[in-house]
Design a protein around this ligand. Structure first.
Ligand code: AGP
Length: 622
């Protein structure tokens, strides 16, 4: 996610803004920028790609940017590649170049979030004479504020509230107006934003760490609210433009805890960000109740012409492919192979233009997955990258790209990116089913509604985390854990096993439940933990009987199943229930208890959850 900071007061703004952005680096970014105004003079905008020190160097640690009012931004690209021209701040004027330098524009702004209807708004503004220099949704929203500011001539709060009524999506906005040289205006919907106040100064930031050094007194601005910051004064307004009073909160966190949003580890924070990651990713692929893959470049004709799909990836991304295989084949009847990228790259798999090779990668930089992509292109296959990092190597080299909108993932063990990838592939499968006629219009609509219900259902699963925390304390000394399931449940078992072993260092294996009796069951001893994923109704009974075979050899059983399926409870020692949903999508729910189990087990063992030994977040070597 992007990072936003703002300051107005008696001190020089730029050094304070740079310091604040540094404390937001953990949020991930690919470029940064500042806009500072020195009294009535024109605002000056400076941007830099890459790490923050480039921006600091460009501004001599802020000293070359005089002025006591300013805003700053670190950009995590969602719309438009990481580049100088797409870096924030953005301006309302029809400027050339990247919008840097001394700007005449009436409005200068930064934004964290996703404006879903930015395309239609851009067209509207172009009809009114606006010209655009960037590919960002942010430039659109800054120009829309300017449009209303000039059209109604009432003032910044009015222009902002009119904009809020018009845009769809999420935003935390910080805006400066030429006619209000020592003030900053802010607005929020769904994206985080806090307002700090101190003697003769006011601050704003995406997150507490950016301003803790200067003040612990903050206002948590609510959704669809506007704030007006001037030196030592903060006024807030509702969507009608009426002034409202917000409670002043004293922050008690220390800086490190604040970076994790109050969670003990980034992994737990990211587990809890999954509803938003799934919602944002799905919303980016659904328009007016239909799936719209236009942004990826994949067309319905292409989907219709496919003879086979090969999914290739590593680690958890490969597990997403294993789940997607079942969903795509069952929904659309297209043959799907899933290959480990480290194996695929040495295979001679037949493929041609009617083959779609899907490369799944959170980082977009995994060496084996990149090599697999290059091989697929050499062999003439159509390639689609499903990645989380805009402008990453795999994203740039694939024929088509479908971005997940999970935001930066800090913990080495992936969770929210995995879930975002899962829903993205589900959406692709549903679109294929509609195009190939294997789903009726009614079924198509129902499937989309079911996917849209997943975020709220994940949130409900998260409410049960204390039971998993309790259970994990009982298995902290386990030596071997087995995860089993059939079909999609097997695919989820793979992810559950990886989560467990990579952060708790307990040996675990995932097994197709029907495969146990072909050798592995000899490993089952007294108190060996066997975890059964039991969500695919037509296969539950068989897997439960496999678990019973393990129990008869001394195993301790945990089952994950959907609400109402009480038959499982009588067969296992510990049951976790998840909400019912279409069984194609239930993986998104079943994986959450397994993520939590791995997390709490690692915590109980006193391990470094976010940075497990021997592992890197992105494996850019073979
Ligand atoms: C997942 O928890 C692991 N960190 C690892 O398996 C990861 O999924 C794998 O290295 C692939 O990374 P990518 O998605 O960035 O390509």
């Amino acid at each position: 996610m992007c990072g936003i900071v703002g300051y107005t007061g008696e001190k020089q703004a730029a050094p304070i803004l740079l310091d604040g952005l540094k404390r937001l680096e953990y949020r991930g970014y690919d470029s940064a920028g500042l806009a500072v105004r020195d009294g009535r003079a024109l605002a000056e905008v400076v941007k830099a790609t890459g790490k923050l020190y480039h921006l600091a160097d460009k501004t001599d640690m802020g000293r070359s940017l005089p002025g006591t009012c300013g805003i700053g931004h670190t950009r995590w690209a969602t719309h438009g590649d990481p580049s100088l021209v797409n870096a924030h701040p953005h301006v309302s004027g029809n400027c050339s170049g990247s919008g840097s330098g001394k700007v005449e524009s009436d409005v200068v702004g930064v934004h964290n979030g996703i404006i879903e209807n930015y395309g239609e708004l851009k067209e509207k503004l172009m009809r009114h004479g606006y010209r655009f220099y960037s590919d960002t949704d942010t430039e659109v929203v800054v120009k829309l504020v300017d449009y209303y500011y000039k059209k109604y001539k009432i003032g910044p709060v009015d222009a902002i509230t009119r904009t809020m009524v018009r845009v769809r999506g999420s935003y935390a906005l910080a805006l400066m107006f030429k006619d209000y040289p020592d003030e900053i205006f802010a607005a929020r919907k769904d994206s985080p934003l806090i307002i700090g106040t101190a003697e003769n100064a006011a601050f704003l930031a995406s997150d507490v760490p950016a301003i803790l050094k200067y003040t612990r007194s903050v206002y948590y601005i609510g959704n669809l609210q506007v704030a007006r910051l001037s030196p030592g004064s903060v006024k807030c307004y509702d969507l009608n433009g009426d002034e409202i009073t917000l409670p002043l909160t004293e922050i008690t966190w220390d800086a490190e805890a604040a970076e994790k949003g109050g969670y003990e580890h980034f992994m737990l924070k990211e587990i809890h960000e999954q509803p938003a990651a799934v919602r944002d990713t799905l919303n980016s692929l659904v328009r007016n109740g239909k799936i719209d893959l236009t942004s990826s470049g994949i067309t319905d004709d292409m989907l219709l012409s496919l003879s086979q799909i090969i999914i290739t990836a590593c680690g958890s991304a490969w597990h997403v492919g294993m789940a997607a295989q079942y969903v795509i084949e069952d929904m659309a009847g297209v043959p799907v192979r899933v290959e480990l990228a480290s194996e695929f790259r040495y295979r001679s798999l037949p493929m041609d233009r009617s083959t779609l090779v899907i490369v799944i990668s959170q980082s977009g930089e995994t060496a084996d997955s990149l090599a697999a992509l290059r091989l697929a292109k050499e062999k003439g296959a159509e390639t689609l990258a499903v990645v989380n990092v805009v402008g990453s190597t795999i994203a740039r080299e694939a024929d088509h790209v479908l971005y997940t909108l999970a935001g930066p993932e800090i913990a080495v063990a992936t969770t929210k990116a995995y879930s975002a990838q899962l829903i993205a592939l589900d959406a692709l499968a549903v679109q294929m089913a509609m195009v190939k006629g294997t789903a009726s219009a009614e079924q198509y609509g129902h499937l989309i509604e079911e996917m849209a219900s997943i975020p709220e259902k994940i949130a409900r699963v998260l409410e049960d985390k204390e039971r998993l925390q309790w259970f994990s304390s009982k298995i902290a000394n386990a030596h071997d854990i087995f995860f089993i399931g059939r079909g999609l449940d097997y695919a989820i078992s793979l992810e559950g096993s990886l989560k467990m072993k990579e952060i708790s260092y307990i040996h675990s294996e995932a097994y197709a439940a029907g495969e146990l009796k072909h050798g592995t069951i000899s490993l089952i001893e007294k108190n060996t933990l066997v975890i059964g994923v039991l969500t695919q109704s037509r296969m539950i009974e068989k897997t439960v009987s496999n678990m019973a075979e393990c129990k008869s050899r001394g195993a301790y059983l945990m089952g994950i199943t959907t609400n109402g399926d009480f038959s499982v409870e009588d067969s296992v020692n510990f049951t976790v229930y998840i909400p019912r949903t279409d069984e194609h999508f239930v993986s998104s729910l079943a994986v959450v208890p397994l993520q939590l189990l791995g997390y709490y087990t690692s915590v109980n063992r006193g391990l470094d959850v976010d940075k497990p030994r021997n592992l890197a977040k992105s494996v850019t070597v073979e």
